[in-house]
Design a protein around this ligand. Structure first.
Ligand SMILES: [Mn+2]
Length: 359
């Protein structure tokens, strides 16, 4: 671990702007700072030990809950947003110097009053309606210059958050990159899905495959070009889903890639893919990417996932890039969690992605 950490430190200094008042010996000089997040404010004046060193620290994080569980086969992820808030999300982000504006939850349909509808795409109309609301909300806060942080809910909420961000950038004739951190590819379609659960389909929908109500949400498709998408942490792909992953043009990094090449090399390549030719990238963090030993409270646990440190390193590298535009954290299921461990880990990982560093 110590070796890995040294590597990260030497890389991150190329990507952040150090304050003149805090010279750090050993940092290479003269490296260009990467473009900043969307419409960030001024440089601020924070000097806390954990404060990020770049100018995004004065930005406002827009927290939006999306307590949707219609896309999941198991109940409970609708409480994920509350669990993450309860784990101290807002106050902890403020310690990094951000302003935090919690917009509350978007209205979503409840399974108790909804008909499941088509068996190969259960609750399709209700999910389309709920994530459309989310897309509007995300786009609206992005237009205000805030950084959307969406709390799921099952992973179908990402259809809304990515649609909102993509529409925001589309207005500026720019493309959005997408980093999908997940044990699963989420690239089923109603034709390939064995469960009919839409939380197994959002990435397919976002690149334009799947039901029209979702692929054309907010009036255009695809939301992201496959060439701008990277999946990290993959280890459980359905047989009929595999061709979608292999033929779509999405770059998928499996756990084997991480085992063989190391997380840092994989993330460097993934970050290149999602930043090349884009305005920045959205991160969709499915907590099931992390090994169930660290994240037991998730919708669909699969063993063999990211270790605690690998998960943090991925997030730290995202933070270092300075190019993340928005983030969702999904599939936290407090019903099967252990005293909100997974909610607490979610907060920690968000902190790393938003610039928290050890030193
Ligand atoms: Mn997922």
């Amino acid at each position: 671990m110590a070796g890995a950490r040294r590597g990260v430190v030497s890389q991150r200094c190329a990507l952040v702007k150090l304050k003149p008042s805090s010279p750090q010996p050993g940092f290479p000089k003269g490296r260009a700072e990467l473009p900043k997040l969307l419409r960030l404010g001024g440089s601020g004046s924070h000097a806390q030990a954990n404060a990020v060193h770049w100018s995004m620290r004065s930005a406002t994080i827009a927290v939006i809950g999306a307590p949707l569980d219609l896309g999941s086969g198991r109940r409970g992820v609708d409480m994920g947003a509350s669990a993450i808030r309860l784990a101290g999300l807002g106050p902890r982000l403020e310690t990094l110097g951000y302003r935090v504006k919690d917009w509350g939850n978007v209205a979503v349909e409840q399974p108790e009053r909804a008909r499941p509808g088509p068996p190969n795409a259960r609750y399709l109309p209700q999910i389309a309606q709920s994530v459309t609301r989310l897309a509007r909300q995300v786009e609206a806060v992005a237009q205000r210059g805030q950084i959307p942080l969406v709390l799921g809910g099952d992973h179908s909420v990402a259809i809304g958050s990515v649609a909102g961000m993509a529409r925001h950038f589309r207005g500026q004739k720019q493309h959005l990159g997408l980093l999908w951190i997940d044990a699963h590819a989420d690239m089923n379609t109603p034709e390939t899905s064995t469960s009919g659960n839409i939380h197994g389909m959002p990435l397919a929908c976002l690149i334009g495959l799947g039901p029209r109500q979702l692929t054309r949400l907010r009036g255009f498709k695809p939301k992201v070009k496959a060439q701008h998408v990277a999946v990290v942490g993959l280890r459980d792909v359905d047989q009929l889903e595999k061709p979608h992953v292999k033929e779509s043009g999405v770059r998928a990094f499996t756990m084997r890639d991480i085992d063989e090449r190391g997380l840092r090399a994989v993330m460097e390549e993934a970050l290149f893919i999602v930043t090349a030719g884009t305005a920045g990238f959205h991160v969709s963090l499915d907590m099931d990417a992390v090994d169930p030993q660290q994240a037991p409270g998730v919708g669909t646990p699969v063993r063999g996932g990211l270790s605690y440190r690998e998960a943090h390193l991925a997030m730290e590298m995202i933070g270092d890039s300075g190019r993340m535009t928005s983030l969702d954290v999904v599939e936290v299921n407090p019903v099967i969690d252990e005293a909100n461990r997974t909610g607490l880990l979610a907060v920690e990982l968000v902190m790393s992605a938003l610039g928290k560093r050890i030193l």
